[in-house]
Ligand binder design. Structure first.
Ligand code: C2E
Ligand code: MG
Ligand code: MG
Ligand code: MG
Length: 292
């Protein structure tokens, strides 16, 4: 019995299924309440254009600011929100909030920014996803091409035919579509060419090992080549070092995202980054090399 094992017991791991189910229900209730109370926030991670080192956009990443002040990472509540179906309303909030934020940046003079949001399978296949997206764009007066939806290949492979139909309807609105975590699920070339997508995002697991592991480098380079042959743009995520940056740039990767440039930041700090004109660490490196 957990109680008898004293304070340092591993009660969480030995808890029976019933207790676990109850804990899940508790968390589900907490997430639902958090949505009502406005405890979710979006942080923004810069995407940097490698041709000029400028910030060309951002990815919105959700955080849960709990009553006690802790900032909960999406890994701790997104899977549950997916299981319970809450992701449909949570995801709609993310899209609305992203468009609201984009409006305020546009009003401040940053009209060229593109903002990406992550989309879950359950949300994508729910009844009126198309309506959620177009309503949010209209409500905030955002041109569709400034919003990018990040989907994953594994989620699209659940039902490729239906997926293709939904993707085409979204393309008709004019939003951008990208395949996140690319290379980790296998969607096959036949389908890939039928998905009307704009961008491939190389998964961080390859980027992390790109200069130390030939296999990772080979995969990343193949993805860049594949993207360009399909006339898609390609983004590397999880770039943390100058060596990774240099390698990817030499292989003609279009955009990058990662701690080397900037961590995901609250909206006001992201605006600060924009006002600096460039993504600082990279710009500085470039200037030093080019003797500017
Ligand atoms: P993702 O979409 O692949 O996002 C990239 C994750 O990598 C983010 O974690 C980001 O903070 C992290 N990251 C970025 N640069 C680096 C780096 O240089 N090094 C390392 N080690 N990590 C880096 P985060 O914010 O914890 O999000 C995790 C995942 O949660 C996301 O993966 C996405 O799948 C999901 N997620 C986040 N926000 C949302 C959302 O609003 N809706 C949905 N459905 N899923 C979301
Ligand atoms: Mg993403
Ligand atoms: Mg990713
Ligand atoms: Mg991911």
């Amino acid at each position: 019995q957990a109680k008898e094992q004293g304070r340092n017991c591993f009660c969480f791991y030995t808890a029976d299924m019933n207790a676990r189910a109850l804990a899940l229900l508790d968390l589900e209730r907490a997430v639902r309440r958090a949505l009502e109370r406005g405890e979710f926030v979006l942080h923004y991670q810069a995407k940097v254009d490698l041709r000029n080192g400028l910030v060309c956009g951002a990815e919105a990443l959700i955080r849960w600011r709990r009553e006690n002040g802790t900032l909960e990472s999406p890994a701790n509540f997104i899977p549950l929100a997916e299981k319970s179906g809450l992701i449909v309303s949570l995801g709609a909030w993310v899209i609305d909030e992203a468009c609201r934020q984009l409006r305020s940046w546009r009003d401040a003079g940053w009209g060229d920014l593109c903002l990406a949001v992550n989309v879950s399978a359950r949300q994508f296949f729910a009844g009126d996803f198309h309506g959620v997206v177009s309503d949010a764009l209209h409500r905030h007066g955002i041109p569709a091409q400034c919003l990018e939806l990040e989907v994953t290949e594994s989620m699209l492979m659940e039902d490729p035919e239906r997926t293709i139909a939904i993707l085409h309807r979204l393309k008709q609105i004019g939003v951008k579509l990208s395949l996140d975590d690319f290379g980790t699920g296998y969607s096959g070339f036949a389908y890939l060419s039928r998905f009307p997508i704009d961008t491939l995002k190389i998964d961080q697991s390859f980027v992390r090992n790109i200069v130390v592991e030939p296999e990772a480098a080979m995969i990343a380079v193949s993805i860049i080549d594949l993207a360009h042959r399909m006339r898609l743009s390609v983004v590397a995520e999880g770039v943390e070092t100058e060596a990774q940056l240099g390698y990817l740039k030499s292989k003609d990767c279009d955009q990058m995202q990662g701690y080397f440039f900037a961590k995901p930041l609250p909206a006001d700090q992201f605006l600060g980054l924009l006002q600096d004109g460039k993504c600082l660490p990279y710009a500085r490196t470039l200037e030093e090399k080019e003797g500017r």
